[in-house]
Design a protein. Structure first.
Length: 533
């Protein structure tokens, strides 16, 4: 039903929807809200839980969209489910490598269960990351160990902070409620397209860290791992870059999709992995007003900045499929490099999404035949070549290669660029020199298709900034149903870097479930799990 707004009393509208007197409604709780932009004018829609007199008679009328509250709803919106703890007297010393969403929520679950968890992060705290990122964006001083992708919060700390999921029950409900506990706006429990925003993430992470410490977790920042300690096919701990050996198991590796040195030492330790399908492309940026008018039919007024999500599936043989990814309304295209001599772009926004631009990645599938081999690191080399080429063509100072959308579609270089949000600036470059031909063809087909759905998408105000190469990990580490590597027992590869997630919530969920698996059967980590006497 239409949402009456947070400051308004919803009871009159709910009563009208149900065809009853307002006095018959004993309680009304907002569960979910979203914008319906299909009609004109667009409107808010909402789901409410209503406590009402004469429920049976109302249900008997079979009003569209009205149903009884169920046990499933209790699970979805009720108190969190019971979670097991370690048996009394059982000691477990897990080591979690990486403090992104997967690592943080794995560590939190271990700590809440009573395990003596150690969390290692190569970068700094979120408070230390911001000066490092600012120095890079303003002065091109890249810190290879503390940047947009390394440090507390991982790459999600400098992103739109999207936490889209249709569900809020079970494990997902636990994650969402923890985010609210640590400072997220409670509206994320209701928003159909919830997001956190970079500014809000800065507030959440220190509170999550404080909770970990309160529960007895040990956290070491600025501590990079250089290898695993493996004895007879079983991990016994890690060796840090300064040469210190730390014993413990399981070792949960949650280092994200940009830690290429981690891939090297995991493979050297015997962890098996395979190539994973990936997508690459560029960011497309428009003035937010262009998207608002196309989606809403008018300027948005009090509605949120408009967004979109598109897929292109051309007839077989004409072009490869493509889709938009990580759309940031009211956002910014940002440098996301963590390696010298490389250009990588990503999208970011603050919680208010008040920036004058909208951006999204347009990414195209990469075929195995595009790569220079079939070994697990072939995709990494493919990414690296594109990123290095982008750096050189844009001038070698971390500017982004850019091209007007109209020029890109016409097959001509751009002689200049409109104002863009990219803080390090952009250089006019023919993106055919940056991206492989099948990617270019797929993007062109997709942009034309998306323009038919959103007029102005291919218009004169659009610009492309490249390359968007780090949407997913280009490989996947094998693991069994217990989240363990089949070739290195006690090793748990999780999250985006291991090839098992694609965003903040899916990564957090993967880390949580890996920890739950270890907590449920701690004795399999023999030297670190001591049974009660």
């Amino acid at each position: 039903m239409p949402w009456t707004g947070p400051a308004d009393d919803p009871v009159p509208a709910v009563a009208e929807r149900l065809g009853i007197e307002a006095a018959a409604i004993r309680g009304c709780v907002l569960l979910k809200r979203s914008v319906d932009a299909r009609g004109r004018p667009p409107r808010w829609l909402a789901n409410y839980r209503v406590d009402v007199e004469g429920e049976a008679a109302i249900l008997a009328r079979r009003i569209r969209g009205v149903r009884a509250w169920s046990t499933r709803d209790e699970e979805r919106h009720g108190e969190e489910q019971h979670r097991i703890s370690l048996p009394a007297g059982t000691r477990l010393r897990p080591i979690v490598v990486g403090a992104g969403p997967a690592g943080l929520f794995a560590a939190l679950r271990f700590a809440e269960a009573g395990a003596a968890v150690l969390l290692l992060e190569r970068g700094g705290t979120v408070e230390a990351r911001h000066p490092a990122v600012r120095d890079f964006w303003r002065h091109r001083q890249l810190d290879p160990e503390c940047n947009v992708v390394y440090g507390e919060g991982g790459a999600g700390a400098f992103s739109d902070g999207k936490i889209y999921t249709r569900r809020r029950d079970g494990d997902l409900g636990w994650i969402f409620r923890r985010l609210v506990d640590f400072g997220a706006d409670p509206e994320i429990l209701e928003e159909g397209w919830a997001h956190l925003g970079t500014d809000r993430v800065r507030e959440i992470l220190p509170r999550l860290r404080a909770r970990l410490v309160e529960l007895g977790a040990e956290i070491r920042f600025d501590t990079a791992v250089r290898s695993l300690v493996v004895d007879d096919g079983r991990v016994r701990g890690v060796v840090t870059r300064d040469g210190a050996t730390i014993e413990g198991a399981p070792v949960v590796v949650a280092t994200g999709h940009s830690a290429r040195d981690v891939y090297d030492w995991l493979l050297r330790a015997g962890a098996s992995a395979v190539l994973r399908p990936m997508h690459i492309g560029a960011r497309i940026e428009h003035p937010q007003k262009v998207i608002d008018v196309a989606r809403y039919g008018t300027e948005r007024g009090e509605l949120p900045p408009a967004s979109y999500r598109f897929v292109s599936q051309p007839p077989h043989g004409r072009a490869r499929s493509a889709h938009t990814f990580c759309m940031c309304p009211g956002g910014t295209v940002v440098p996301a490099s963590n390696h010298p001599g490389r250009v990588v772009v990503n999208g970011m926004s603050y919680s208010g999404r008040k920036a004058p631009f909208a951006n999204s990645a347009i990414i195209v599938e990469v075929a195995i035949g595009d790569l220079d081999g079939t070994d697990p690191l072939a995709g990494v080399r493919f990414q690296d070549e594109i990123e290095a080429r982008a750096f050189q063509l844009a001038g070698g100072d971390f500017k982004a290669p850019g091209q007007r959308v109209e020029d890109f579609l016409a097959g001509r270089p751009s002689t200049d660029l409109p104002r863009v949000s990219f803080p390090m600036g952009a250089t006019p470059v023919d993106l055919r020199e940056v991206l492989p031909a099948p990617i270019v063809t797929g993007m062109m087909e997709a942009i034309r298709h998306f323009d038919r759905r959103l007029p102005g998408f291919a218009g004169p105000e659009g610009v492309l900034l490249a390359p968007e190469t780090r949407t997913t990990a280009p490989l996947r580490f094998d693991r069994d149903e217990r989240y363990e590597s089949p070739t290195v027992r006690g090793l748990m590869p999780v999250g985006e870097g291991a090839g098992y997630a694609g965003g903040i919530i899916s990564a957090a969920l993967d880390g949580l479930r890996a920890a739950e698996s270890a907590i449920a059967d701690p004795l399999r980590f023999s030297r670190s799990a001591v049974p009660p006497k």
